[in-house]
Design a protein around this ligand. Structure first.
Ligand code: NAP
Length: 382
């Protein structure tokens, strides 16, 4: 019998990408879908081309009794929704599978961070133990592991450090709009000077910098008043008041959890792998990029490492470490909107043969958010 699947948060940014992917992969053909809304219950549900097995009316996302009728709930509604609904739903005796894009339940002992091309054994182990909460990982962590997960699977990583270059989309739709509006305002500020070949570049530069620093709090509202257009911001998410941001903490905590390391419920007593990062917001639209430094547990020939990375999964694309391939294949603009995870700049570092550098780019709305959710549904159907 087809699973009854409730979708909450399907019209938000992550939800819309999830809908696109589920339609493209014809996931709706294999399930009975009910769409929920926290704002428009009673209105028409979205139409899904070629699929008849869905409730045509939007149900109330806060109606626990209605939610209880689902075998699976996929929510991209956000953390506040999870905080409000999850507990009452479980307390009401709901035993279904909860698949969630928000971080609220992510680090719970009995929740699994899902990234099946990387941690299918962990997912299978958890399924066998009756675990029912499946949570999408932090976008930067998921994209990184899709690229270099092979090194973790092989137990080769002694430690890893990453510097990230994260896109505006990580903040949400308003942040993407703000970035583009700022670029437009910067251009408008110097349009006449740009059209005059005789104008002085330092005058253009001066005007752009002055404009960036003069954006009003409304014009830069979504990045806490800091301009992102033509700029970068070396802090993402909450201040943990120990010199690190929450985004940086997630890198280590979630990578280890995804790999099933130090997870007592799954029977792992392994020591966590030290992983640290500096997370930086840059003026890219929707791809997160990362510069990675590894210390490996042993000296593995570069050609073997390249092969391991290239053969790990069908989405990773190994990029030869030369100027032309790196420029053409390793940029947010070329990766955006695709499932590809290119990994390049792979080389041994000057510090010694166990030190490895790499650079990777991933679409944070696809592998970083929506894709692991829809794939978990397929795992449940298998
Ligand atoms: P979002 O775009 O703000 O959408 C969340 C909900 O807001 C929608 O489902 C919708 O719910 C409501 N909404 C209100 N006004 C809307 C409008 N004008 N257009 C569309 N929806 C509107 O949130 P999101 O960025 O997709 O994030 C959802 C969850 O995923 C969060 O927990 C987030 O942390 C997590 N996540 C986000 C990203 C990311 O890159 N943004 C990545 C990974 C995980 P109703 O239909 O019920 O009104």
């Amino acid at each position: 019998m087809a699973l009854r699947v409730g979708l909450v948060g399907w019209r938000g940014m992550v939800g819309s990408v999830l809908m696109q992917r589920m339609s493209a992969e014809r996931d709706f053909d294999t399930i009975e879908t009910t769409f929920f809304s926290t704002s428009s219950a009673g209105k028409a549900a979205p139409e899904i081309e070629g699929c008849k097995t869905y409730d045509p009316i939007l149900q109330d996302g806060n109606d626990v009794a209605k939610l209880k009728g689902m075998d699976v709930i996929i929510t991209c509604q956000g953390g506040d929704y999870t905080k409000t609904i999850y507990k009452p739903l479980r307390e009401a005796g709901w035993k279904g599978h909860w698949i969630d894009a928000s971080k609220i339940l992510r680090m719970n002992d009995d929740a699994i961070i899902i990234l099946d091309p990387i941690n299918m054994p962990v997912i299978k182990n958890a399924l066998a133990k009756g675990i029912k909460d499946w949570i999408g990982g932090n976008c930067t962590v998921s994209c990184m592991l899709m690229g270099v997960g092979a090194l973790y699977k092989a137990g080769l990583v002694e430690w890893m450090q990453t510097s990230t270059y994260q896109a505006a989309s990580g903040g949400g739709a308003p942040n993407m709009r703000e970035l583009l509006t700022q670029y437009g305002a910067l251009y408008a500020e110097v349009k006449d000077l740009l059209n005059d070949p005789a104008s002085a570049i330092l005058e253009i530069d001066r005007k752009v910098t002055a404009k960036q620093n003069a954006f009003t709090s409304e014009e830069a509202a979504n990045f806490r008043g800091i301009p992102l257009g033509g700029n970068l911001i070396p802090w993402i998410d909450a201040d943990r008041e120990d010199g690190t941001s929450l985004e940086e903490w997630k890198g280590g905590a979630e990578t280890n959890k995804i790999m099933g390391i130090a997870n007592k419920i799954l029977g792992s007593n392994e020591a966590p792998i030290p992983i640290d990062s500096t997370c930086i917001r840059v003026g890219a639209m929707r791809c997160h990029s990362q510069s990675l430094t590894f210390k490996l547990k042993k000296n593995v020939p570069l050609a073997d490492i390249e092969q391991m990375i290239a053969n790990d999964n069908e989405w990773v694309k190994f990029v030869p470490n030369n100027r032309i391939d790196s420029e053409k294949q390793l940029t947010p603009a070329v990766v955006s909107g695709t499932m590809n995870i290119p990994v390049g700049r792979v080389r041994k570092l000057a510090m010694g043969p166990q030190y490895l550098g790499a650079f990777t780019v991933g679409d944070q709305l696809l592998w970083g958010a929506a894709e692991p959710l829809r794939r978990m549904l397929r795992v449940l159907q298998a």
